[in-house]
Every structure is written in structure tokens, then in C-alpha cells.
Design a protein around this ligand. Structure first.
Ligand code: GLC
Length: 411
């Protein structure tokens, strides 16, 4: 090209750039939990970018656990930082974020399309403060091959689980094979660790906003987990184990049973998994004759109140919380759908056959207390669970400490 033509072309391009602001790029940044398949979300975003020329979406991840991410986001939001447009938030957080004024409300959104638990979690004082990203609940993963080898059926009670672990340990004589891996580290997941056997006894922590703490049920719950450490069902340093550690241990073939969330399944079926094809999933066991309780999890999309691209960010969130995306994330990342119909979707069931039975678990899973002061509630429970498992506090003292501290927070 000669210089005159080039100069002309450049001048035209410059004029076009000025004349057509509609084509100006919008750069959005979304925060995605690092544990929840950011690479699969990337594919969803690539499709969105292709369908919405001029919009670019970058992913930011950080923190390996829910409360580490919360700590980071609390800092960002307290500073009124405009850098993040969309935030993936753990289901326990929308109430706190709304109270702090950190998320923008969605107007005129029909929430009835989603599973009721997520309508509830995302509606604060009548306002829709976030839209569901995916559902979640805790399950018991087990080694099908090993249970078959010893003629054991998946346990329905924690006692049956301990007996199964003992039988397999005696037969396998493999010091690297743990009976059960669960979350004993002082992370958000340890709140659920405490609540599973507590709820199984038919007790609630909070009813109608009032603390309904049952001391004896709490002692029994804490004793169950400590008992697993003492009798060798769980490993001695379980107090150091976080959610993704459990996932890695089970994936490496070093645990017979694991308590974990749905995201782990995709990893267990991956090329790097030592247990591919040998994994079963079932409801969590009950305590004695109690109910088989699970902990309700899930993550939500909030639009930052400080985003300078409110409309574009909301449009993106509408897409990310659509049924098509929910199906895609279930089939490609084993994240549980927030739409009831998606649990019957062929593509989903082909990739994750056990999702056929998972809707019932999600629908009956129990929610952690909903309060703007959830951070404090969580801190009390998870640090105490950790102290009991580390042998620093007895189950009796632990229950008393939780009770006394929750009384102060949830007055
Ligand atoms: C899962 C759940 C989330 C929970 C977290 C605890 O990510 O979806 O709700 O708080 O695990 O570790």
C-alpha cells in the first residue's frame, strides 16, 4: 500500500472510531471461585463474547476456599473498587453483601424459574440481589471397586461407614488408604462438617431468627468426628484438611470415603484421576436412626454496586444464570443445576448419571443460618470444630463455646 492510501485509510479508521461509539469495547471483569471450574466458565464467556461483539470478559480468581475468597472480596468492596463488575458469591453471602450495599438489585426478574432455595438466598428484603450460578450439596463419595470387593453396600449411617472402613482397612493393609476424608480445617466447609450430624438429630441452629442451639446434639456431633480421628477411620491430621484436599486425596486413591460437593466428580473422572470409573456417590449417612441430612451450598452472581458497567454486567449475569448455561456447567463441570428440569437433561445425565438422584438431595438439603453477621457465626463454628479435631478442645467444651459465642452474635 502506498503512503497516500495508507494515510487515507488511517484517517477513515480514525473517523469511524469517533463516529461510532456504539462499537466501543466494554471490558468486564468477573470474579470466579477458583475451585469451581474457571476453565469451563471461560468457554461460556467465549460464547458470550462471540454473540456480543465489543464485549470482552476477563476472569479473575483468587483464594482456594470460600472464606479466603470472601476475605479478598471484602477488601475489594470495602475500598469501593470499580475493577470487578461481577462477583461469584457463596450462597451464604448475598445477605451480607446486600446489607453492606455492595451489590446492585435486579428489577423485574422472574425468579420462579430457579429452585426455591436459591430464590430465597438471593432475595433480601424483597429485592433480588443476585442470580444463581449453580446449586450445591454435600454427598458421600465412595470407592465402588473396594466396597464391591468386600461385599459392602454403601453405608446409610455413620456407624456403618466406620465398620466398612475397618473391614476394608483390615483386608487391604494399606497404610496410605484412609477410611474417610472430610473437612476439619477451620474453613467454611467445617461449618457444614459440624452441622451434618447436628441436623441429623433433628435439631436446628436458628429458627425464625432465634438461636435454637441444642447443647447435647452439638456434643454428639463434635464427638462423632473426633471419634473418627481416635478410632482411625480418619487420619490424625484431619484438622489440616480443606475441601480441595479431600478432593485430591480421594482422586489419588487414598481414601475409601469422602465427604464433598458436586464439583469433585469431574475431577474424579478426569485423565489424571487414579479412581476413574470406580467412584460411587450417595447421600450422606445419618447419625443412628436420624435423618440423612446434607448441607445446602451453591454460588450466586452478584453485580458490584461499584461497577461502571451496570447494564452490561447485568446482561452478562442474566446469561450466566440461564438454563442453557446451567446445563452446560452441569455436563462439563459437574456443577449442580439451579433449574429442576436440567436434572432430567440427557446431556447432563450422560456426563453425570448420579445427578438423576441429586435434585432430591438439593431440595432437602438444609441451609446454614441466613444473617448479615454470617461471617461471625461461621468463624465461631469452624474454629471450634478445628480445635476439637486437633485435640485442643473437648467436644463438651467446644459445644459450650459455640453456644456462648452464638448467643452473643445472634441475640
Ligand atoms: C461449596 C459450597 C459452598 C460452601 C463451600 C464450603 O463450595 O457450594 O456453599 O460454603 O463449599 O467449603
Amino acid at each position: 500500500m502506498n503512503t497516500r492510501i495508507l494515510a487515507g485509510a488511517l484517517a477513515t479508521a480514525a473517523m469511524l472510531a469517533f463516529a461510532a461509539p456504539a462499537f466501543a469495547d466494554t471490558d468486564l471483569k468477573i470474579f470466579v471461585s477458583s475451585q469451581h471450574q474457571p476453565d469451563v466458565w471461560r468457554k461460556v464467556l467465549d460464547k458470550y463474547e462471540a454473540e456480543n461483539p465489543g464485549v470482552k470478559v476477563a476472569i479473575e480468581t483468587g483464594g482456594n476456599t470460600s472464606e479466603a475468597q470472601a476475605q479478598y472480596l471484602n477488601t475489594v468492596m470495602s475500598a469501593k473498587d470499580t475493577n470487578l463488575d461481577v462477583l461469584m458469591l457463596d450462597v451464604i453471602r448475598p445477605a451480607q453483601y446486600a446489607a453492606a450495599g455492595w451489590t446492585s438489585a435486579f428489577e423485574g426478574k422472574d425468579m420462579s424459574v430457579y429452585l426455591p432455595a436459591y430464590v430465597e438466598a438471593n432475595t433480601v428484603d424483597g429485592k433480588v440481589v443476585a442470580l444463581p450460578a449453580f446449586a450445591d450439596a454435600m454427598f458421600l463419595y465412595y470407592r465402588k471397586d473396594l466396597l464391591d470387593k468386600y461385599g459392602i453396600t454403601p453405608p446409610k449411617t455413620w456407624d456403618e461407614l466406620a465398620a466398612a472402613a475397618k473391614k476394608v482397612a483390615e483386608g487391604e493393609k494399606n497404610p496410605d488408604l484412609q477410611g474417610l476424608s472430610f473437612q476439619g480445617k477451620a474453613i467454611e466447609g467445617a461449618v457444614c462438617t459440624f452441622l451434618l450430624p447436628y441436623w441429623s438429630q433433628g435439631k436446628n441452629l436458628v429458627e425464625n431468627g432465634k438461636l435454637t442451639f441444642d447443647h447435647d446434639a452439638a456434643v454428639t456431633a463434635l464427638s462423632l468426628w473426633k471419634g473418627f480421628v481416635d478410632d482411625g477411620t480418619a487420619k490424625k491430621n484431619i484438622a489440616e484438611v480443606a475441601t480441595d484436599d479431600t478432593r485430591k486425596e480421594f482422586q489419588a486413591g487414598s481414601a475409601l470415603f469422602a465427604v464433598n460437593w458436586s464439583y469433585a466428580w469431574t475431577h474424579f473422572q478426569g485423565a489424571e484421576s487414579a479412581v476413574k470409573g470406580n467412584v460411587g456417590v450417595t447421600r450422606l449417612p445419618a447419625l443412628g436412626s436420624g435423618e440423612q441430612a446434607s448441607c445446602l451450598g451453591g454460588w450466586e452472581w452478584g453485580v458490584s454496586a461499584y461497577s461502571t458497567h451496570q447494564d452490561e454486567a447485568k446482561k452478562l449475569v442474566e446469561y450466566l444464570s440461564s438454563e442453557d448455561v446451567s446445563v452446560f456447567m452441569a455436563a462439563n463441570g459437574s456443577l449442580l443445576p439451579t433449574y429442576a428440569d436440567a436434572y432430567k437433561n440427557d446431556e447432563v445425565l450422560k456426563a453425570v448419571p448420579w445427578f438423576a438422584d441429586a435434585l432430591q438431595v438439593v431440595e432437602t438439603a438444609k441451609a446454614r443460618p441466613v444473617t448479615p453477621r454470617y461471617n461471625e457465626v461461621s468463624e465461631v463454628i469452624r474454629t471450634t470444630v478445628n480445635a476439637v479435631l486437633a485435640g485442643v478442645t473437648t467436644p463438651e467444651d467446644g459445644a459450650s463455646q459455640i453456644e456462648a459465642r452464638l448467643k452473643r452474635i445472634l441475640r
